[in-house]
Write a protein that binds this ligand. Structure first.
Ligand code: FMN
Ligand code: SF4
Length: 437
């Protein structure tokens, strides 16, 4: 019997061989100046070899000011094209498509202030968690940024890539316009939902004018924001009722698919859903902690035993109980309202569960990040009849909190221990390897 997991996903401008896409994820693999390296090519090729139908790149800045951290390859200039062409070519060798995520961080950054003291944003209000300062964009800066996205799309097409995704999710610049919790403008880019969506829709139209109607363009959105999840007193932000019309406008403006995410900031208790490993976070959080205006408060929060436990408890409460399919209800609501494919991200790693939701029509495909980091051959395992990998991702989020400083990979030693491999016991100043019998 045909397996719905391996049915091609046929879109207006792109056909993908199966229903599993690698969601946006990577580490600081590239050069400080934004040029790409072989490491990124190897990283992406690993997942293509593992059988996913398409890879959606991680955050690719369209301008240098849009960077959230150094060492991510950018697409801000024409001389970046050869690198992306080579990467696309290598991924294509495995019958896998490559979609580049066009991104701008705005006020939300991982290591702020190195090149530009302040990020650009819809607002001049610093972000509530870290206190990263920002500058309210002028109309001229908005137009320049719209054009930067369009030029990024043109370069992706020139590089022979299969499409682009707008990073209009997870709290970055486009979310900062869309979000009722963040956008406090009084001009035509703020206020009503129509006005808050104007920046995003202008980007879509500018991309279509630049690349034509026949190049795949998708948008990742945070359907439910829960902007008040970690900082009490903040507004709740957009709900699915706001996001459904935005997705309909995106479809009308020429977007080919919607990628459903959640959260008005990143990371967020529901994105990536799972644990907040404070023990590990305090080791890698220093530069973030020291870069905003909330350093003292956050020092107390994360370094104090009681306060960090309180923070972790709040994270767990806001995270809720669902990990696999955390955004599924939102994806299903959007799917009912649009005619283009809907891709859902969030916790997927069980073949039968994915088959069930695809059969029900909740969405058209799923995207997976962490479970593929844990098992890059997950799709091949599904094809061979496995329902869930023997050593599944535990959603511990250790990969996430290591990402700003350390190489990206799976950091959960418990996964290895259970299966008799080598376990690494980390102490503050020594690390000992022992072999389990
Ligand atoms: C280390 C790390 C880096 C990520 N980077 C990005 C990114 O660059 N762009 C993006 O849209 N999402 C990013 N995400 C979110 C993932 O793409 C994905 O949507 C989220 O982790 C939920 O899926 P999962 O449960 O399969 O991991 C990242 C997640 C992790 C853990
Ligand atoms: S560190 Fe490994 S097990 Fe933990 S969330 Fe990341 S990939 Fe999954």
């Amino acid at each position: 019997m045909a397996d719905i997991l391996f049915d091609p996903l046929v879109g207006r401008n792109l056909t993908i061989k199966n229903r599993i896409l690698r969601s946006n994820i990577s580490g600081r693999f590239d050069n400080y100046d934004g040029s790409g390296t072989q490491t990124r090519i190897n990283w992406e090729t690993k997942f293509a070899r593992g059988g996913v139908g398409a890879i959606i790149s991680s955050f690719v800045p369209v301008t240098m000011r849009g960077r959230i951290v150094p060492n991510y390859a950018t697409i801000d200039r024409d001389d970046r094209v050869p690198f992306w062409r080579e990467l696309g070519k290598r991924v294509h060798e495995h019958d896998c498509k490559f979609i580049l995520q066009l991104s701008h961080g705005g006020r939300q950054r991982d290591i702020p202030g190195i090149e530009f003291a302040k990020g650009l944003s819809s607002t001049d209000r610093a972000d509530p968690l870290h206190g990263f300062e920002c500058e309210r964009m002028t109309t001229a800066q908005i137009h320049e940024t719209v054009d930067a996205f369009a030029q990024g799309a043109r370069r992706a097409r020139e590089a022979g890539l299969d499409g682009v995704e707008l990073h209009s999710a997870n709290g970055y610049l486009i979310t900062q316009f869309l979000s009722s919790a963040i956008n406090d403008r009084t001009d035509e880019y703020g206020g009503s939902l129509e006005n808050r969506a104007r920046f995003l829709l202008e980007i879509v139209r500018a991309i279509r004018a630049e690349v034509g109607a026949d190049f795949h363009l998708q948008a990742k959105i945070s359907a439910t924001e829960m902007a008040n999840a970690m900082v009490p007193g903040e507004p709740r932000g957009n709900t699915i009722q706001d996001s459904v019309p935005v997705c309909q406008w995106l479809e009308e403006a020429g977007v080919d698919a919607i990628h459903v995410s959640g959260g008005a900031f990143f990371p967020h208790p529901r994105n990536p859903a799972g644990e907040l490993p404070i023990d590990e976070l305090v080791k890698t959080y220093d530069s973030l902690l020291a870069s905003g205006t909330k350093t003292f408060r956050n020092y107390i929060f994360f370094r104090g035993r009681l306060t960090s436990e309180f923070f972790q408890k709040r994270w767990r409460k806001e995270a809720g109980k669902v990990i696999e399919g955390v955004n599924l209800a939102d994806a299903a609501a959007i799917k009912k309202a649009v005619g283009i494919p809907v891709i859902c991200t969030g916790g997927f790693q069980t073949a039968s569960f994915i088959r069930e939701l695809l059969t029900r029509g909740d969405c058209d495909a799923v995207s997976i990040a962490r479970s593929l980091v844990a098992n890059p051959d997950l799709v091949q395992q599904f094809a061979a009849g496995k329902d869930r990998p023997d050593r599944p991702c535990t959603y511990c989020n250790r990969c996430l909190v290591n990402a700003p400083e350390n190489p990206l990979g799976c950091y959960d030693e418990i996964r290895m221990k259970k299966y008799g491999g080598r376990i690494h016991v980390g102490l503050p100043s020594v690390a000992v390897s022992v072999t389990l019998t």
